[in-house]
Ligand binder design. Structure first.
Ligand code: 13P
Length: 249
């Protein structure tokens, strides 16, 4: 069975000292957990310190983005090798905030996904519709385009090591969570697409996370859905006790 993955996306929050304190508090609160994977994705500036802080803990560390080239004249960018070198094992790719504010497209997501695998990082690829798309009954169509574009040409073995996150844009940071049924419908649809693009065994292996206003109060019901294998948590991951409650749902 798929091991649940609870991931915190700290976004552009925590200066150096805050990130270490959050990591220490979380590490202590979840020390006994062993039946699920726990991940935090601090801003680039804090990854090294957070990874050092969490070295002997059950909590893993990831990046929030990466560039597809290994090195060179790409001012401001960070490569997969750089993330690995400071202790990251996962990387979020194609978060809706990057699609919305920084010009990320399915094509750039695809390049980053390939680069992440090349560096041995486990990618979490994000997809999700806007409110206008949902209200226009375009949700599944949008998800299909994003999934097909993002996963295009990926070798099967790499798909098995890829995590997908469904994050409806209208649910991010708004306090409006998708209902368990709404989320399950899209998660099942994503798994069906993975069957079509790859095969059943691969689709059975892939973890599909839900993201968008996940809290300690709604995680349990979300996790009770057949195709929801974890959560990608923004705001509620910035408080150690809240995130620990989510981890221990
Ligand atoms: P919130 O949990 O703050 O809604 O953010 C979700 C998210 O975007 C995680 O990547």
């Amino acid at each position: 069975m798929r091991k649940p993955l609870l991931a915190g996306n700290w976004k552009m929050n925590t200066i150096s000292q805050e990130s270490v304190k959050l990591a220490i508090d979380l590490k202590n609160l979840v020390a006994e957990v062993n039946d699920r994977d726990i991940l935090v994705c601090p801003p680039f500036t804090a990854i090294s310190q957070v990874a050092d802080t969490l070295r002997d803990s059950v909590v893993m560390v990831g990046g929030q983005d990466m560039f597809w080239e290994d090195k060179g004249a790409f001012t401001g960018e960070v490569s997969g090798g750089m993330l690995k070198s400071v202790g990251a094992t996962y990387v979020i790719i194609g978060h809706s905030e990057r699609r919305q504010f920084f010009g990320e497209t399915d094509a750039t997501v695809n390049k980053k996904l390939n680069a992440a695998h090349k560096h041995g990082l486990l990618p979490i690829v994000c997809v999700g519709e806007t409110l206008a798309e949902r209200e226009g009954n375009k949700t599944l169509q949008v998800i299909e385009t994003q999934i097909k574009g993002s996963l295009n040409g990926l070798p099967k073995e790499q798909m098995g090591k890829t995590v997908v996150a469904y994050e409806p844009v209208w649910a991010i940071g708004t306090g409006k969570t998708a209902s368990p049924e709404q989320a399950q419908e899209v998660h099942a649809f994503i798994r069906k697409l993975i069957v079509e693009l790859f095969d059943q065994a691969t689709a059975d292996e892939v973890r599909i996370l839900y993201g968008g206003s996940v809290t300690p109060d709604n995680i349990k019901i979300l996790m009770s859905q057949a195709d929801i294998d974890g959560g990608l948590v923004g705001g509620a991951s910035l408080k150690a006790d809240n995130f620990a409650k989510i981890v221990k749902y």
